[in-house]
Ligand binder design. Structure first.
Ligand SMILES: [Fe+2]
Ligand SMILES: [Fe+2]
Length: 282
């Protein structure tokens, strides 16, 4: 029995949807979907169902893309998030709003899916918070989240992020008192993990410094994230950080199939076997 993870299925792309039927089933194993399954309810449901049909247990955290509101009459912000939570409950997928699940392996862990968004704090010190988006725009970088990711009813995405951090930390502390954690968040927990040299100022939309020490504070054995579309394995303070993205069609090779991009989280890969070749956003 293994725990795998995969992020950023991005089923808004036809090439990614077309790869689903050949995705191999692993009925004894569990799967973490690390966000950015798609933007619409139909594509999110397609991805969640594809996963639950193939794995014994499925976990999901929201990416920024799930939280987009394209339609003027559709749910926005927290309401969109809660609508996807309701969908997960119908399908039987574990979300950040459910009790954490214990991994029943030889070394038990708590699998903690969390959702904390970003707050523009991944920026150089001289750039003031209020100038951050303009600083990125000056380099031609502006996340589509600025148009599509509404924070309602919070006034800003930063405020939503802060509220999520504050409600998540006590839960993680309680869980970590029981077992070590597998911490799952769509966004990387630390700024030093954001290596996107072609678009460095996109870091604003990649996380929050509030989670910088979570891996040690909450006794993580593995931290799982997606979002960057740069598959890597890093070790920091003895903790394994896995970036598990599939990504846009240009970020992965069709002939390898979706199964070829699953990353083993537990019990864990043999040393040195899982450092994926970095792929970068263009
Ligand atoms: Fe993504
Ligand atoms: Fe993302």
């Amino acid at each position: 029995m293994k725990l795998f993870a995969l992020g950023d299925l991005h089923l808004g792309f036809r090439a990614n949807r077309e790869a689903l039927p050949a995705w191999r089933a692993r009925p004894d194993d569990w799967l973490i979907l690390a966000g950015d399954v798609g933007e619409t309810f139909a594509h999110v449901e397609l991805g969640l169902r594809a996963a639950t049909e193939r794995f014994a247990r499925v976990f999901w955290v929201p990416g920024n893309h799930e939280l987009w509101s394209h339609r003027a009459d559709g749910p926005r912000g927290v309401a969109k998030y809660e609508a996807i939570i309701a969908l997960c409950r119908r399908i039987g997928v574990v979300t950040p709003e459910d009790p954490y699940v214990i991994w029943p392996g030889e070394s038990p862990c708590v699998i903690a899916p969390v959702f904390v968004l970003y707050d523009y704090s991944f920026r150089p010190a001289p750039v003031a918070a209020g100038d951050a988006v303009a600083w990125a725009e000056a380099d031609g970088i502006l996340s589509a989240d600025e148009r599509f990711l509404a924070p309602d009813p919070y006034p800003t995405r930063e405020a939503w992020c802060q509220a999520r951090v504050e409600e998540t930390e006590p839960r993680l502390a309680e869980a970590a008192a029981q077992y070590p954690l597998v911490l799952v968040n769509h966004f990387p927990l630390r700024q030093d993990l954001v290596r996107i040299p072609r678009i460095p100022r996109f870091s604003l939309w990649c996380g929050t410094r509030r989670t910088e020490t979570w891996h040690t504070r909450f006794r993580a054995v593995v931290v799982v994230a997606g979002h960057l579309h740069v598959r890597t394995t890093d070790w920091i303070d003895g903790v394994r950080f896995e970036e598990v993205s599939l990504g846009y069609p240009r970020h992965w090779r069709r002939e390898r199939g979706i199964d070829g991009y699953l990353r083993e989280i537990l019990p864990g890969p043999a040393a040195g076997t899982q450092t994926g070749g970095p792929v970068f956003h263009r």
